[in-house]
Design a protein around this ligand. Structure first.
Ligand code: ADP
Ligand code: MG
Length: 240
């Protein structure tokens, strides 16, 4: 579903991605972990062209994302992105946050968008928050609205960049539960996370990055018990 081939990227003279290749099969869930500055955010942002790349190729559902001939706005409809900071529209209610893009971009009727939006918010445990403004919602609730907003476009893949890092500890579980449910429903996902328990339990593969490279990729059963690289061993000794 997502294919990343030999991607390289620099900021100024600083190479932050070096020859990164990664295949994400349909319905699989990949955790990207690694130290700060490893290039995790940059990598995930290249998947929907929030960051350009210097060399290499990325395809999502067969569409070459960085090809100049590709209509990137159209391609992005297929890719949901959830950020660390929830980025909800502050002057819109939870439901309006969720229905805006389907109405504006997909020209969905208000009735259809609201029906779907309510279903999504309900499935995320927010059935009593349709009319709440973001400043009246907890961080965990806001992040679940952000997830509903991304899902409202019916994406084929979902990308998460540290979706729980800005949350108070007691709200982490509700957001991880929402992502777990998506995994069970077969959504293809790439999740940058520091939540090792979550990565171990939910993800099919762990991608460990350091210094702009994929140092190691393995199923969690292997990665967390018997990593190959010293970098990964060292990292795990600090975070587990
Ligand atoms: P991670 O998410 O793993 O912490 P990032 O992808 O955010 O890592 O950053 C990787 C490297 O790229 C870091 O050295 C960071 O300082 C640099 N970097 C990220 N974004 C930019 C930018 N917009 N301009 C210049 N350097 C950047
Ligand atoms: Mg990051």
């Amino acid at each position: 579903m997502i294919s990343i081939k030999q991607v390289t990227k620099s900021f100024g003279g600083h190479q932050v991605l070096t020859d990164v290749s990664l295949e994400v099969p349909k319905s699989s869930v990949i955790a990207v972990i690694g130290p700060s500055g490893a290039g995790k955010s940059t990598l995930i942002r290249t998947i929907n062209a929030l960051e350009p790349i210097d060399t290499g190729e990325i395809t999502v559902d067969g569409i070459s994302i960085h090809d100049k001939k590709t209509d990137i706005n159209k391609a992005r409809l297929n890719i949901g992105f959830v950020f660390q900071s929830f980025n909800l529209y502050p002057f819109l209610t939870a439901l309006q946050n969720v229905t805006m893009a389907p109405m504006k971009v997909k020209k969905m009727s208000k009735e259809a968008a609201e029906k779907r939006g309510k279903e999504l918010l309900t499935s995320l445990g927010l059935d009593d928050k349709f009319d709440a403004y973001p400043n009246r919602l907890s961080g965990g609730q806001q992040q679940r609205v952000a997830i509903a907003r991304a899902l409202a476009m019916d994406p084929q893949v979902m990308l998460f960049d540290e979706p729980t890092s800005a949350l108070d500890p007691e709200m982490v579980t509700e957001v991880l539960d929402a992502i777990r449910k998506l995994a069970q429903d077969g959504m293809t996902m790439v999740v940058v996370t520091h939540e090792m328990g979550f990565a171990k339990e939910i993800c099919d593969e762990i991608v460990f990055m350091a210094d702009g490279k994929i140092v190691e990729q393995a199923p969690p059963s292997k990665f967390f018990t018997n990593p190959d690289s010293e970098r990964a061993k060292n990292f795990l000794s600090k975070v587990l």
